[in-house]
Design a protein around this ligand. Sequence first.
Ligand code: DX5
Ligand code: ZN
Length: 217
Amino acid sequence: MDYILAPSILSADFLNLGRTIEMLNRSASDWLHLDIMDGVFVPNISFGFPVVKQVATATEKPMDAHLMIVEPDKFITRFRDLGIYSLTVQYEACTHLNRTLNAIREAGMKAGVALNPHTPIEVLTDVLDDFDMALVMSVNPGFGGQKFIPRTIDKVRRLRKMLDDRGLKTLIEVDGGVNLDNARQLVAAGVNALVVGNTVFKSPNPEAMIKSLKYDI
Ligand code: DX5
Ligand code: ZN
């Protein structure tokens, strides 16, 4: 099974971020997932532009930024200028989702839309052509290390069918509580990209865990 593995540095040791990025560069990971939180859309604050700017100078992997913030439109060009590859906004934070997704594409990035666990996948019906990746949240956004919500698998299947019916190759990413036990089922349901935080960074050997997640599931 081939899929994109995107470790989230939210769970990494920030005192040793440089070494973490070097490890990720030589690891079997594909993307680097950046969780940006504003303390308004989610009840937590993570990191912002100064950290992303430093990460950008060291990473050799495409940066996959997940904005858990209100008013993401304000920051699209700033993320583009930092070299972000794919920019994902939360559906629930966008009053004019079509406009926001178009603006991300016009800025030259892949456009992603993330859905909270309670948001039905069918809300994407009328914007299906307007994004390159859907991020199905498998925990309530805000924190690493939460328990995977099993109903996510059914959401992924429904979305894969919606995309297939329209002949779209749009990627599906899943984020939250992903581990060696549920990864196979997720990929079988139609997931193309797995975000992994705690499973990698709380493991005694993160580099070996990345390899297992990539090749042993
Ligand atoms: C949660 C974030 C996730 C998080 C995943 O709000 O969007 O990317 O870092 O962490 P784990 O894999 O530990 O659930
Ligand atoms: Zn995320």
